[in-house]
Design a protein around this ligand. Structure first.
Ligand code: ADP
Ligand code: MG
Length: 480
């Protein structure tokens, strides 16, 4: 241990910069990583999000890259963290982690030391679980809580549930292959996929059924790693040897043409061999623009099942089930209160209930409506404040004196297009809507148009103080 430490720090002054040749080597590696990144995500996404990524340096097995704003940092880290890590590893096998952060603010003329204040204004970016830090061992990917027994069935999800059951019963039945599950965030797609896997593994005492489950992001990372180790054949063979392949959150592959291509071939090979495929996404196959036509067609060629937004009845039923599982007694009034207030998705509903239960346990107090109000104060306030895209469009139009209908019109003159872009930007920041969703509210525009708008406005904000003030003002008005 001590050997390792002394080896790493041996005679190295803390702030030593890399030697010129090392520097050149890193610059080289970085430019190759960039080039690959560009090829992998496509020109539009690259220019919108990734062009501004700069390399800050390497320390041991960690590369640090920086972005100019928090917004970009969060976005890049969430959407591309795993990919950037994989590409770096391809280039330099010693790399284990990529830290994505913003440049620490420069304060006056004070020496640029690691002052505690800096840490306060800019906490280090969180490592994405399973994201920026690739796992070396494949543990069981299935969550024990996600079974058919724990899934509460109601009108909005009964069809998807029935389809999932059917596949767990008899995989690769005619007409059910592939099974395409889609719906908004937190409505139970992943839960159902895991449930299928548990059921298959539990039931077939005799013949083991091999199930491969991974997020589309993981699929891409594994594919890129396979390219790196020149082991694509192994990767293919491994995938093609399973009985059931499940890919979660397929929308991640939008615009990632190489990976889509690979998935398409795997898909065909498996279906031809009579194996079952289950895919989830946040949109129906026909709405997945950015996924190649022939793949979309194939995705929609089996059974397509939609998970709808929850109803009040379903929310109550879910809350009752979860409370019972947790072994706590929650008064009906409290459950009703939660089901009324938290309508977005099951994950948030669950989160609120867990918080209440934890609080009650911690303070050994009975759960009452008052405690619920108190404990969930901040959550509920966020709900009350939730802004709609319509409100944003209205406020922005008023501000620049244009008609609201222009938000959806095809006109592209600057005095119309700019407010429209600002509205898209604010929609991205203030609502939880996805890019395609936002696009739809603006005359059915494509998600790449929204991406451009966000990037454009971000850029203008950093260059034009008056404009930045306008946007900030609008944001504050909308948030109140
Ligand atoms: P998605 O993959 O669609 O984003 P998840 O499957 O991760 O959503 O579900 C989010 C959370 O909500 C999980 O903890 C899951 O167990 C829970 N959940 C969703 N739908 C149900 C349901 N019908 N019954 C019980 N729990 C549910
Ligand atoms: Mg999911």
């Amino acid at each position: 241990m001590s050997l390792e430490i002394s080896f790493m720090r041996d005679g190295e002054p803390a702030l030593k910069s890399p030697s010129p040749s090392e520097d050149a080597r890193l610059t080289d590696q970085w430019s190759r990583v960039r080039a690959r990144l560009q090829r992998e995500v496509g020109e539009v996404e690259y220019r919108t999000w990734l062009k501004q990524v700069e390399m800050a340096g390497i320390d041991g097995d960690e590369v640090t890259v920086i972005l100019p704003t928090r917004f970009l940092r969060d976005w890049v880290s969430k959407e591309y963290g795993a990919l950037i890590t994989a590409l770096w590893q391809m280039e330099n096998p010693a790399i284990r982690r990529v830290d994505i952060r913003t440049r620490p603010p420069v304060r006056g003329t004070a020496p640029n030391l690691a002052e505690p204040n800096t840490a306060q204004t800019e906490p280090p970016s969180r490592a994405e679980p399973g994201g920026t830090q690739p796992r070396r061992t494949d543990e069981n990917p299935f969550d024990q809580r996600y079974t058919f027994e724990s899934f509460v069935v109601g009108k909005p999800n009964e069809f998807a549930y029935a389809c999932a059951r059917r596949i767990a019963e008899t995989p690769a039945t005619q007409g059910f292959n592939p099974l395409f599950l889609y719906g908004g965030v937190g409505l139970g797609k992943t839960h159902l996929m895991h449930a299928i896997a548990w059921e298959l593994s539990a039931k077939r005492g005799g013949k083991p059924v091999s199930v491969a489950y991974m997020s589309a992001e993981k699929f891409m990372v594994r594919f890129i790693n396979a390219l790196r180790y020149q082991s694509t054949l192994d990767f293919k063979n491994e995938l093609r040897s399973v009985d059931v392949l499940m890919i979660d959150d397929l929308q991640f592959l939008i615009g990632k043409d190489n990976t889509q291509e690979e998935f398409f071939h795997t898909f065909n090979a498996l279906v031809d061999a009579g194996k079952q495929i289950v895919v989830s996404a946040d949109k129906s196959p026909s709405d997945l623009s950015g996924i190649e036509d022939r793949l979309r067609t194939r995705l929609g060629s089996g059974m397509v099942a939609d998970l709808h937004a929850t109803t009040y009845e379903l929310r109550i039923a879910i809350l009752e089930a979860k409370a019972a599982r947790a072994g706590v007694e929650v008064p009906a009034k409290v459950l009703e209160f939660l089901a009324h207030k938290i309508t977005s998705n099951v994950r948030e509903l669950e989160g609120a209930l867990n918080r209440l239960v934890a609080h009650a346990n911690l303070f050994d107090r009975p759960l009452t409506l008052e405690t619920a109000h108190e404990v969930l104060h901040d959550v509920l306030r966020a709900y009350d404040r939730r802004v709609t895209i319509q409100e944003i469009q209205k406020k922005v139009s008023e501000h620049w004196n244009i008609r609201v209908s222009e938000m959806s019109s095809a006109r592209r003159s600057r005095n119309i297009a700019r407010p429209r872009q600002v509205a898209m930007f604010l929609a991205k920041q203030l609502t939880s809507k996805s890019l395609p969703d936002i696009g739809r509210h603006f005359g059915d525009r494509d998600h790449t148009t929204v991406m451009h708008a966000v990037a454009r406005v971000t850029d203008l904000i950093s260059k034009d103080a008056a404009f930045a003030e306008d946007v900030e003002l609008l944001r504050r008005m909308l948030e109140n």
